[in-house]
Ligand binder design. Structure first.
Ligand SMILES: CC(C)(COP(=O)(O)OP(=O)(O)OC[C@H]1O[C@@H](n2cnc3c(N)ncnc32)[C@H](O)[C@@H]1OP(=O)(O)O)[C@@H](O)C(=O)NCCC(=O)NCCS
Length: 253
């Protein structure tokens, strides 16, 4: 044993819900995630992702996914980070739930995106895993708002957002498979969160706070409207803000 600081504290982070464990991606887990992608994420006639990564040649799909997830790890910094949580049910990876932020210490905003293997959909897991990262962001990182986006026709994603308290926040037209398509932005303010009857269990966060530009504060209990005290975390230098991310898992090719 040495006294060196932990190089990758995200290794110890875990979020637990009644049925799911969410941990930042690791290579063994990514192998299982790639398997889910090969088994299918959506009907072929649909495309829920702005970056149509599931249209990739099957020969490239798995490696493209790995490159995407690795790139997010490599570029993680307090000024701009993405945690791609692998979502496990009964010990097996069933999908991924992304959480990202830019200048979190000042903006205190997060963006989410997610997908599940088709065979695991419509069992409430999509709602449960989004709830997990929202509770993590609002109650443990002291975020004040969360954003998401989905194509107008993506009923499942919009239904999850509605259930959790998001409101629509405008639209934009994006090109999907060569066709103009309406993308709907969604916004969730901390005081509007619809809370589940369970409480998220978080382990291993303390060592990660500096990496995420998050305050060294204890777990925050749900506060009432208007209680929005100043954030005391590190003040990262300003970073150009990317567009709101639409969905997680958009590989590099
Ligand atoms: C979006 C997604 C993560 C939701 O996860 P899920 O586990 O299937 O959703 P849930 O089981 O929690 O269902 C949430 C609600 O959506 C509804 N729903 C789910 N799939 C649906 C479908 N295909 N058609 C209509 N409604 C659907 C559920 O009935 C439920 O509604 P309710 O709250 O009224 O009961 C998942 O469907 C998915 O991975 N889809 C493909 C990728 C994708 O679209 N990602 C998001 C891109 S923005």
């Amino acid at each position: 044993m040495t006294n060196h600081p932990e190089q990758w504290p995200l290794r110890d982070l875990v979020l637990r819900t009644p049925r799911l464990d969410l941990r930042p991606d690791d290579d063994e887990g990514l192998r299982e995630l790639v398997e889910e992608a090969y088994l299918g994420v959506h009907p072929p006639a649909e495309m829920p992702f702005v970056h149509p990564w599931t249209d990739a040649d099957p020969a490239d799909l798995g490696r493209g996914m790995l490159r995407h997830f690795w790139s997010k790890r490599v570029t993680l910094s307090p000024e701009r980070w993405t945690i791609n949580f692998l979502v496990r049910h009964e010990g097996r990876v069933i999908g991924t739930q992304g959480l990202e932020a830019t200048d979190f210490g000042v903006a205190r905003e997060v963006v989410t995106g997610s997908w599940l293997g088709s065979r695991h959909q419509r069992r409430g897991f999509g709602t449960e895993m989004r709830r997990a990262v929202l509770q993590f962001a609002f109650d443990h990182l002291d975020a004040v708002r969360a954003r998401s986006a989905a194509f107008a026709a993506n009923i499942a994603s919009h239904r999850v957002s509605e259930r959790l308290g998001y409101r629509r926040d405008g639209t934009e037209t994006v090109v999907r498979r060569g066709t103009p398509t309406v993308d709907v932005r969604l916004l969730l303010e901390r005081d509007d969160v619809v809370r589940p009857p369970w409480t998220l269990v978080v382990e291993g966060l303390d060592g990660c706070r500096g990496l995420l530009g998050a305050a060294e504060s204890p777990v925050r209990t749900h506060r009432g409207p208007g209680d929005d005290r100043a954030h005391t975390g590190p003040q990262p230098r300003s970073t150009p803000r990317p567009n709101v991310s639409h969905c997680a898992g958009s590989p590099l090719w």
